[in-house]
Structure formats: structure tokens, C-alpha cells
Write a protein that binds this ligand. Sequence first.
Ligand code: URP
Ligand code: ZN
Ligand code: ZN
Ligand code: ZN
Length: 514
Amino acid sequence: MLVLLSFVLPFCTTVWGDTLLIKGGTVVNADHQIRADVLIKDSLIESVGPNLKAPARTRIVDATGKFVMPGGIDPHTHLDAEMGWGSKAEIISTDDFFSGQAAALAGGTTMIIDFALPVDGDLATGFERYKEKAKKSVMDYSFHMAVNTWNEKVSSDMGKLTKEGINSFKFFLAYSGSLAVTDDQLINGFRRSRELGALPIVHCENAAALVDAQQRTFGSGFTGPEGHFISRPAVFEDEGTSRALRLAQYVNVPVYIVHVMSGGAVAEIAAAKTRGQRVIGEAVASGFGADEGKIWDPDFKVAAQYVMSPPIRNKEHQRQIKAGLAGGVLSIIATDHAPFNSTHKRAGLHDFRKIPNGVNGIEERLHVAWDELVRPGLITPSDFVRLVSTAVAQTYNVYPRKGLIAPGSDADIIVFDPEVEHTISASSHHSKMDTNIYEGREVTGKVVVTISQGKVVWENDKLDIKEGAGRFIPLPVGGALFEGLDALDAAYVAANYPYGTPGQPVMRTVGTTA
Ligand code: URP
Ligand code: ZN
Ligand code: ZN
Ligand code: ZN
């Protein structure tokens, strides 16, 4: 009987071919929506159009009444990250590249760009370490590289890494004593980034002011998680954002501002754009979708999960961030998924400065963004696609391979049902976290199918994933953000030095005085 079964079973299970047809949905790209089917062959989109015919043995995905969109791209995650943010303790973030990406796929994100961290200031060693960690990947991924010091080796490693598919470098103005860079290091980093055509990314908060405010806050008796919030007022973020933008203006380099959490920072970015600067402003889901009041919760476990930097601010800041996204000042929605579970967070039970910084979001990003922005009418479904996917692909030079539903693009696609209501909870999420900052939140609109590399990996609330299936996607330097910078340099010189040219000394005679 056993022998017979094993013989019969392969013929009983459905044998799918290599093609997949998504039928009857509304395809939403960043520039338009259209009723169309999508035919996928292997890992690529073969055609998009009405009433496509399915070749034999094609698996059909019914998308009637639903939106068919490019898979989300989250450009800000910290998986398997060895960091006790702020505490210097060697705490490793809860999700690795397997569990974090499983959660991502369940929430409709099909690619991430994670932050590789240097080892004792060494970029190349840090990158090697992250390549190892990422071998567990279940979907496409890439990296930014953080820079926390400045010397010849850092400069040369930056060059080498751009040849290995890294096209962005992150500089922290915060985290004194571990990651923070000084202004002169930042200027050097900006200049080298510009030379390489790589995008500098900045975490903007004033490091010195933070240390001062943390001491004062702790000293005045606020030792719990609320002390984190009190000691990081918006003015520190506004100042850091302004400084980073002004220094980027000085070097004439495009710049990417991560996790914008204050209305003042939104205004700084708007002002820089008005000056003609090339700025990408990133919002994170927690910055406009999380309950800022919870950091005051009497239960440490509840309050500590909300500790992230810059902190989650009040509804007025959140409104300004949403307005920034709707009005085009902010270009991207990410998460800053830096998951530290309740055991990790207890490191700061008696001192908020030792609570590892970071919140979850990799799985919730699309749901929270849809609920906060599309449902209230602030943005359209096409805007949504642009903010969670297309603009990321364009910024990091992986468009139109990613971020678009069109023939030849990667078949990373989601089917989104705008009518389904569901409740976010740690009891049903796919991250390894034992808490969720959106616990109990009811949202309308759900990713019902996720297709990654042409395969259905999420359907009927179940994942079908394989460790190691993820691919490293090299990101090329240069691109639209870097075009024309030399001409802008010349214009700057003409405007600012009308009577001479820097680099060409004035040949002066020593005049005789009368
Ligand atoms: O609190 C945060 N944001 N943790 C992650 C690290 C960072 O600053 O991006
Ligand atoms: Zn940061
Ligand atoms: Zn981060
Ligand atoms: Zn969900």
C-alpha cells in the first residue's frame, strides 16, 4: 500500500507549469491603473493586458475585485543586526534574514534593502559578515553600508563596495560613541559619495544635545521609556536635518534623509527642495501610524516597545508627515524594522538609555500605510504604489526591474483586497517578535497573495517559502539623481564667485601706496 501510494501521489497532486496568470484584477502602477491580466513566466512578467490566454498547465490566481500591484520594497530594515542601540550592549535584533523576510512577504514586501554595519569601523569586513547572514534569505535583498568613522581605508572601501553592488552609505548624526559621525567626517563622506555616484543617507539628530538631554532627563527622575521620548525633542531632529541638508548643499550631493519623524524636518526638506536640492525624504510607518502615547504606559513591556529614534511623536507631527507624503515632500515609506523583543528591551528596565532602539513594521507597512493614507483619501492607490515600491526602485537604480508591473520586469507582485478587515497582532504575525507596536489595531485592506520571483509565496494566510531562495540584487551607482551635478557646480561658482574662479588664484601685484 505504501509503495502504491508513493507511486500514485505525485500524479494526484496538481502539477503546475512555470506560468502563472493573475486574472481579473486592476493593475496599479505608480502612473496609472488599468483592468488587466498579468501573465508570468518563470521569474519575469511576460505580458500585461485584457483577457490574456493561459498556456496549458498555467496556475491561475483570481484577482477579481482586487488590486494587483508591484511588491513592496522596504529600503530600511535591520535584520540580524548586532546592536544594542544606545546601550552598546551586544544585542542582536530578533528577526534574522529568514524570519524577517517571511514577515515581509506575509505583508506584501518582496524586496528589502538592509543596513550592513561596519565591524570596528571596517566596512569591507562588515559587508562580508552581512553577506553571510543574508544566505538565509527567502526573497530578493540588497544592502546599504553604514559609515561611522573616516580614514583612507573607509574611503577606499567605499569605492570597492560600489563595485560589489552597494550604492548608498549611511551616516548617523546620533548615537554618540558608537555610530555618530562628526561634521567633518560627514563632509568627507558626502564628498566621497558624490565622487562615486553613491547616495548618502543621514540619520538626523544632534548627538551632543542628546547626551545632554538624556543626562538631564534621567537626573530629573524620568528613568523609564518615557525618558527616551522626553530627551529627544523635535528640535534635535530639526537641527540635524537642517545641518545635513546644508552640508549636502555645500558639497552639492543628493541626499536621503531617513525616518523623518518631525513636522520641522518635513519643513526643512521642503525648504531644501525649494532651494533646488535633490533630497529624498523617507517616512516610516511608525512615524505616522503608531500610538505615541503608549510610551507612557505603566507596563514596561508595553511602553518599551515604542522606543525608537527619532521618537514617535504626537498627532500633529504625524499629520505633517502624512501631508508631506501626500504633497510630495516625502518620497518613500519604509519601516526601520529594528526588532528587539521584550527580553532585549528589559536591558533598560531601570535606565531608558539602555533600552535597545527600534520597532517592528516590516509586515505591517503596507497595511498601515493603506489604512492611514489611502482610505482617508489623502493619496490614491497609484501614489501608494509609488511610495512603498516604485520610488524606492527608482532611487536605488533598480527600476524598472522592480517597482513596476510591465513585460520584462521581475514578477514580484501582490494582490491586495481593499475590502478585507483584519486585526494586527503578535499572536498572528510572522516576525519572531513577542510584541507588536500595532497590537489590536484593526485595518481594512489586506495583502491576500504575494508573488516573489514568479512564485506564489503567500496565499490563504499561509507562507510557502524556501530558505536560501533570496537573491542579492546589486545596485548600480549614478542614475538620475547624479545627472547634471557638474553643471550645477559651475552655476554655483558663477553665482557665488562672480569676479574670479576658485582654484585659480588671483595674480596680484603689490601696489604702491600713495
Ligand atoms: O531606533 C531606531 N531607529 N533603530 C534603528 C537604527 C536607526 O537609527 O535607524
Ligand atoms: Zn537611524
Ligand atoms: Zn534604521
Ligand atoms: Zn496584516
